[in-house]
Design a protein around this ligand. Structure first.
Ligand SMILES: *Cc1c(COP(=O)(O)O)cnc(C)c1O
Length: 380
C-alpha cells in the first residue's frame, strides 16, 4: 500500500496545551471563562462586531440566528442547496420551512437572482455561505435584502479572516456564524461562534445562550438576581475548548501563511493542465484576500470525477467530494413549502472533488497528489 495522504490533519499550532492546563488550574472550565472572553474579544475586534458569543458549534450559532429573528412556524428562510445540512437544519429546527436557492457556477455562493425569485412575505431571512471562503455576489444579495427588508445571515464557517474590498467576511449580514470543528481552518475539536453586527441582538443572544436566563445582566450588576426569562439552551462553549481555540487564533498568521502556500502550490501545479483536461479551479475574486479553506477541482463530467476519486484513493490520496444537494434530499423535500430546481447545484455537486488540504501538507506531498491526479486524468 502506498503511503496515505489524509484529507485533513488537525495540528497543534501554538500554545494550545499550555492554555488548556491554565484553564484547568484556573478552576473555571465551563462557558464564559477568561479564555472565552479573550477569544470573543479577538473575534469582535477583527469583525468590528457589537459582540461575539462562543457556541458549541456553528450549527448552534445558526440556530441562535433563527431564535433571534423570532423565526418559527409559518415563516420561510432562503438557504443555498449547495451547503452543509446545518445551514438549513437550524431553521427547520425552529419550525420554519426552508426554500432552496441555487448557486453561481463560478463562486458557488448563493445566486441573487435565484434568491430574489423565492422572496415573498413569508421569508424572514436569507442565508448565504462563502463556500471555500470565497465571497459570491454580496452586493447583489444586499440589494435583494434592502429592497425586501429581509436580513442576511452569513454562514461563514469557511471564511474567517477573508476580506472583500478590505472588509471582513461575516460583517455584511445582520449576523454571521463561524465553525471551529476539527475540519475548519481554526479548530478546537467542536466549537462555533455567533457574530452580532447589530446591537439590537446582543441582550437576547446572551439570554438564549445562558439557558434562557438574564445571567449576563446579573454578572454586569444590572439586576440583583438572575431568573428564567425566555427560551434558550446550553449553547456556550467550554473554556477548555476556548483555551485551545485562543492558541489557534493567536497563530493566525502562521496558519494563514501555510494554507496560502498549499492553495498556491496546487493552483500553480494544476493551472497549466486545466485547459487540456477541462478543469475549473476555485474562483479568484478581485478585491478579496482568501481564507484558503480548501482546494477543489471541478471536472468536466461527473463520471470523470468519480473515476479520478477512485484512482486517487488507490494511490493513497484521500480526496473527497462535497455537499450532496439539499433541495432533493429527503429532509430538504420535507422541510420546504416550495420544491425548487437547482440545476447549478446538481451539476457542481456531481463534478467537484476536494484535494487533501491541511497546514502541514508539504510540497512533495502536494506534488504527489497532483501527479496522481494527472495520471488518473490520462487513464480515464
Ligand atoms: C462545518 C460547517 C457547518 C457546521 O459547523 P459545526 O461547527 O460542525 O456545527 C455549517 N455550515 C458550513 C458551511 C460548514 O462548512
Amino acid at each position: 500500500m502506498p503511503d496515505q495522504i489524509p484529507f485533513n490533519r488537525p495540528a497543534l499550532v501554538g500554545r494550545e496545551l499550555e492554555y488548556l492546563k491554565s484553564a484547568v488550574s484556573s478552576g473555571h472550565t465551563s462557558a464564559g471563562g477568561q479564555f472565552s472572553e479573550r477569544v470573543s474579544a479577538l473575534l469582535a475586534d477583527w469583525h468590528g462586531a457589537e459582540d461575539v458569543l462562543l457556541t458549541t458549534s456553528c450549527t448552534d450559532a445558526l440556530e441562535m440566528t433563527s431564535m433571534l429573528l423570532g423565526i418559527g412556524p409559518g415563516d420561510a428562510v432562503i438557504v443555498p442547496s449547495f451547503t452543509f445540512t446545518s445551514t438549513a437544519l437550524a431553521y427547520a429546527r425552529t419550525g420554519a420551512v426552508v426554500r432552496f436557492c441555487d448557486v453561481d457556477p463560478i463562486t458557488l455562493a448563493a445566486d441573487p437572482s435565484s434568491v430574489e425569485a423565492l422572496v415573498d412575505e413569508r421569508v424572514r431571512a436569507i442565508v448565504t455561505v462563502h463556500y471555500a471562503g470565497i465571497p459570491g455576489d454580496i452586493e447583489g444579495l444586499l440589494e435583494v435584502s434592502n429592497r425586501s427588508g429581509i436580513p442576511i445571515i452569513e454562514d461563514n464557517a469557511h471564511g474567517l479572516f477573508a476580506t472583500l474590498d478590505g472588509r471582513p467576511l461575516g460583517t455584511f449580514g445582520r449576523m454571521s456564524t463561524l465553525s471551529f470543528h476539527e475540519t475548519k481552518n481554526f479548530s478546537c475539536g467542536e466549537g462555533g461562534a455567533l457574530v452580532l453586527n447589530s446591537s439590537v441582538d446582543v441582550d437576547n443572544a446572551h439570554i438564549f445562550l445562558d439557558k434562557g436566563t438574564n445571567r449576563r445582566a446579573f454578572m454586569l450588576g444590572q439586576v440583583d438576581k438572575y431568573t428564567w426569562q425566555s427560551t434558550g439552551s446550553s449553547f456556550g462553549l467550554s473554556d477548555l475548548n476556548a483555551a485551545y481555540l485562543l492558541a489557534q487564533l493567536q497563530a493566525r498568521d502562521d496558519v494563514l501563511r501555510e494554507r496560502h502556500r498549499v492553495a498556491t502550490t496546487y493552483r500553480e501545479l494544476i493551472s497549466p493542465i486545466a485547459d487540456e483536461f477541462g478543469l475549473q479551479l476555485p474562483a479568484v475574486v478581485p478585491g478579496t484576500t482568501p481564507a484558503d479553506h480548501m482546494f477543489f477541482v471541478l471536472f468536466s463530467t461527473s463520471a470523470q470525477r468519480d473515476d479520478v476519486l477512485q484512482s486517487l484513493r488507490s494511490a493513497g490520496v484521500h480526496a473527497t467530494f462535497h455537499y450532496v444537494p439539499l433541495h432533493s434530499s429527503p429532509a430538504g423535500r420535507r422541510f420546504t413549502d416550495r420544491r425548487t430546481e437547482c440545476p447549478v447545484t446538481d451539476d457542481v455537486s456531481s463534478r467537484l472533488l476536494r484535494l487533501p488540504f491541511y497546514n502541514e501538507l508539504e510540497g512533495p506531498s502536494i506534488e504527489r497528489v497532483v501527479a496522481a491526479l494527472v495520471e488518473a486524468l490520462q487513464t480515464t
